[in-house]
Design a binder for this molecule. Structure first.
Ligand code: SF4
Length: 292
C-alpha cells in the first residue's frame, strides 16, 4: 500500500509550506529532511498511515520543526515535550509518537522528565538536537557545552564539566540508545527508522551543527567514527562505548546504535486494567459528566 493511499499526503508534501527561519547551514535541516524521508519510507514499506505519526517539539530552534513537517504535531512548553509525548502514547497506543527536543530544553529544563521516561520505558522516540548551545537565545552554554566554553552568559569560559547524555540514558533504563551526526545523512535516516520501530523508550542524540553560535563541523568531521561489530544487547559494552568521549576531549566519537533491548513497555499494565474495568469511551464520558 503506498503512502499516498494510506494518508492522502504524498511524501513530497511532508515539508509544509511554512516559512523556514533557520540560519543557512544549520544542522536542523538535516534532521528535518532525514525524518521526512524516514516517515515516507516507513509509510511505504510498513504500511503505517502518516496520520499515525505524531510529533511533539520543545522550545528552541529545533521546535520549529513542528511547523515545518506536515504531520500531526504539538508544540510543548520548555522542557515538557517528553511527558506530553508519553501522555499521547498512553491515550492512543496506536500512534507512533516522536519527540524533538534540544539539549538546553531536555538536559536542563526537562532533565527529570527525560530520566523518568527512560526509567519507565515509555514507548516513545526522543530525538535530541544537541548543538551544545542555546541558539534561539543567541549563544549561552548548555549542559553539554564543553569545559571552558565561552558564550554570551560566560565570557570567561565555563568551569563545569558537561554531562554525557548517552551514559545517563543507559543507566536510567533506556532500551534503545543511539548517536547520529547531521553531516552523516544516510545513517541518520536509518537510525530514525530503527528508533521509531523500536518498542519502548528510544533515545537518539544527534550532534547537530549550530552554524551561527557554535560550529563544530571541523572537530566532528575529524573525530567521528562508525560503531561496527558490537553486540547491541550488551549493556556493559554499550556503557564503555558511551564513555569513550566525554563531550570535551579530542577523543574519537562513536556514531551508531549502542544499545537495543526489548523490555516491558510503560502503559501495558494500564491497558490491561482498562479492559477489566470500562471502555475508553465510557471513561471519557464519565470525566465529561463531571464538568456538566
Ligand atoms: S541559531 Fe544555530 S541552531 Fe538556531 S537556527 Fe541558527 S544555526 Fe540553527
Amino acid at each position: 500500500m503506498s503512502n499516498e493511499k494510506t494518508a492522502g499526503k504524498p511524501a513530497g508534501n511532508l515539508i509544509s509550506p511554512a516559512e523556514n527561519t533557520w540560519c543557512p547551514g544549520c544542522g536542523n535541516f538535516s534532521i528535518e529532511h532525514m525524518m521526512k524521508s524516514a516517515l515516507a519510507e516507513l509509510a511505504e514499506s510498513k504500511g503505517i498511515p502518516l496520520e499515525k505519526f505524531v510529533i511533539v517539539g520543545g522550545i528552541g530552534c529545533h521546535g520549529k520543526l513542528t511547523d515545518y513537517l506536515n504531520v500531526n504535531s504539538f508544540y510543548a512548553i520548555h522542557g515538557r515535550a517528553i511527558p506530553l509525548a508519553t501522555g499521547i502514547k498512553l491515550a492512543n497506543p496506536d500512534l507512533h509518537v516522536i519527540c524533538f527536543v534540544g539539549d538546553g530544553d531536555t538536559y536542563a529544563e526537562g532533565l527529570d522528565h527525560l530520566v523518568f521516561a527512560a526509567k519507565r520505558n515509555a514507548d516513545i522516540t526522543v530525538i535530541v538536537h544537541d548543538n551544545r548551545v542555546y541558539g534561539l537565545t543567541t549563544g549561552q552554554y548548555t549542559p553539554t557545552s564543553p569545559y571552558g566554553f565561552k558564550g554570551r552568559s560566560t565570557p570567561d569560559g565555563i568551569t563545569e564539566r558537561p554531562i554525557n547524555p548517552l551514559e545517563l540514558m543507559l543507566v536510567s533504563g533506556a532500551t534503545f540508545v543511539s548517536r547520529g551526526y547531521t553531516k552523516k545523512l544516510k545513517p541518520l535516516k536509518q537510525t530514525f527508522k530503527d528508533a521509531i520501530l523500536h518498542e519502548g523508550f528510544s533515545f537518539v542524540e544527534v550532534l547537530q551543527i549550530c552554524a551561527t553560535y557554535f560550529n563544530l563541523t571541523d572537530c566532528y568531521n575529524d573525530q567521528v567514527y562508525d560503531l561496527e561489530g558490537i553486540d547491541t544487547t550488551d549493556f556493559d559494552q554499550a556503557l564503555a562505548k558511551a564513555r569513550e568521549w566525554d563531550y570535551t576531549s579530542l577523543a574519537r566519537i562513536p556514531l551508531g546504535t549502542f544499545y537495543d533491548r526489548k523490555m516491558p513497555v510503560f502503559g501495558e499494565k494500564f491497558r490491561h486494567l482498562e479492559k477489566r474495568t470500562r471502555s475508553r469511551d465510557e471513561a471519557v464520558r464519565a470525566v465529561l459528566e463531571e464538568y456538566r
